[in-house]
Design a protein around this ligand. Structure first.
Ligand SMILES: Nc1ncnc2c1ncn2[C@@H]1O[C@H](COP(=O)(O)OP(=O)(O)OP(=O)(O)O)[C@@H](O)[C@H]1O
Ligand SMILES: [Mg+2]
Length: 471
């Protein structure tokens, strides 16, 4: 964070100062919402949550060195009091970002935001200091908190933007106006809440509407392979840069294949040259993510060779996304239990099959949440795909949706024990513990709410000191 006095902060957020002996006292950062992160120079943002009221920690954070509290009522220690804490936090982020003048890159999409954001950051930081969203903090609180970690040295600020409805991305873009906007895909994540794919496209496209015109450096980076994203070109004044495997893409992948270990390899083509990439990440879906990152980096002046090297060396910075661990007994566990939607389920199954060539492959799958009316068809389709790809064993875990998944596999022609349904994670672990053989590859994947990472964790415990090769 840049240094700001309490008087300046109060002015920016339109707040009243309470119990502040010295308004010139300076906040040097960080701005935190978790009292345990408060330290010398910090500003503590007090939210009233359902179970916890941040204001209750006011004395404690000041004791820990926080300069003041930004909250909605006086708390007996230095505080800036506002009516709406979230709006105040947003206003502060907007002010700081404007003053910093860093190049702001924002990205959204249905699947792959965090993976792509991590790739963009790992490429850009080779060129200049880069600050980016930690994990998946992509909402109206996480985004401004991330932006506020930028300093005078920060050249690039890379922000993940999430949306649960119309207007959300527009709001986030007002807080931290991007110069470069990336839209990855319009899938079916949260389709139930949105009401349909067109609505999702409408919401995601707000990002490109918010970009400055081409003459001012605005660039919209769009997935040429996704028709709903491609169509967003008409909604922006920014320069349009297309990425994808389609021939019309400016930044393109050719000769895409998965290596025997399930890692994508391709030749990267940019308007200023080509170079070969072999990724450390697993699964073909990362090709699209890598191209998006390459398009951003190319726009910011990096060469094809620099970009290809960075993409080939990039690892996974966020957990439970195709995290591959070899057990000492030769069983490979692929933990992709962070989340699931139809697109990522299919990509993960393909990666499993590529990694498991000549070995037995297990897909331990659970429900994909928030699919609304499409839930039955989508679970059925995943079950069928597992059979078509020749996954050796499908274990569907959980309630109704898991049953649909297993039934899909059965109807597609899986035999006897090739696909089973079990009621919960423990039952899956019991089954796997008795059935797994050295050399097997196990994919574990479901929506976050299912908590299937416990299966992956249990499998790794079974395998004694399996070294976690977090990628
Ligand atoms: N381009 C892609 N297409 C389909 N699935 C993808 C893609 N990129 C990543 N995935 C998969 O989607 C899941 C979520 O990935 P990631 O966390 O990167 O997405 P996200 O958009 O940030 O999700 P969230 O909305 O939860 O923040 C993971 O299982 C990942 O392997
Ligand atoms: Mg995310």
């Amino acid at each position: 964070m840049i240094t700001l006095s309490l008087a300046e902060i109060a002015e920016v957020v339109g707040g009243r100062m309470h119990d502040i002996p010295d308004a010139s006292a300076e906040v040097t950062g960080p701005v935190v919402r978790d009292s345990r992160e408060a330290g010398p120079g910090s500003l503590f943002v007090a939210f009233v949550g359902e179970r916890v009221d941040g204001h209750d920690f006011a004395a404690q954070v000041v004791e820990a060195g926080a300069v003041a509290v930004l909250g909605s009522r006086p708390v007996g220690v230095p505080a800036i009091v506002v009516d709406d804490v979230q709006a105040a936090l947003g206003a502060l982020a907007r002010h700081v970002v404007r003053r910093l003048g860093t190049t702001l890159v924002a990205l959204t999409g249905s699947a792959g935001k965090t993976s792509t954001k991590d790739l963009i950051a790992q490429v850009l930081r080779r060129k200049a200091p880069t600050v980016f969203t930690p994990g998946s903090m992509n909402n109206e609180v996480g985004l401004p908190l991330t932006a506020l970690t930028a300093t005078d040295e920060t050249k690039f600020l890379v922000l993940e933007m999430g949306a649960r409805g119309i207007g959300h991305i527009r709001y986030l873009c007002e807080l931290t106006p991007p110069k470069i906007g990336v839209v990855l895909n319009v899938g079916s994540a949260h389709i139930g809440e949105f009401g349909g794919r067109e609505q999702i496209a409408q919401a995601k496209g707000e990002l490109v509407e918010a970009l400055p015109p081409a003459e001012e450096g605005g660039a919209a980076i769009l997935n040429a392979d996704d028709p709903l994203v491609r169509a967003m070109a008409s909604r922006t004044k920014a320069k349009v840069i297309l990425f994808g495997e389609s021939g019309e893409a400016d930044v393109r992948a050719e000769n895409v294949r998965l290596t025997d270990t399930g890692q994508p390899s391709f030749s990267l083509h940019t308007p200023s040259g080509a170079s070969d990439v072999t990724m450390r990440l697993y699964g073909e879906h990362h090709v699209s993510n890598a191209l998006a990152a390459a398009a951003v980096a190319h726009e910011l002046g990096m060469s094809a060779d620099e970009i290809a090297t960075a993409l080939s060396e990039a690892g996974s910075l966020s957990r439970w996304r195709m995290e591959v661990t070899e057990r000492p007994d030769g069983v490979t566990v692929v933990n992709d239990a962070y989340n699931a939607n139809p697109e990522s389920m299919k990509a993960a199954l393909r990666a499993l099959v590529a990694m498991g060539k000549g070995r037995r492959t297990w897909a331990v799958l659970g429900k994909m949440a928030e699919l609304g009316d499409e839930a039955l068809a989508e679970h059925d389709a995943v079950g069928r795909l597992a059979v078509r790809l020749n996954v050796s064993k499908l274990v569907a875990v959980g309630g109704r949706e898991a049953q649909w998944l297993q039934l899909g596999a059965y109807n597609e022609g899986s035999w006897g024990e090739e696909s089973v349904h079990v009621s919960d994670a423990q039952a899956a672990v019991d089954l796997l513990r008795s059935e797994l053989r050295p050399g097997d590859v196990v994919l574990v994947k479901a929506s976050r709410s299912v908590g299937l990472e416990s299966v992956a964790t249990a499998l790794l415990e079974t395998g004694a000191e399996g070294e976690v090769a977090a990628r």
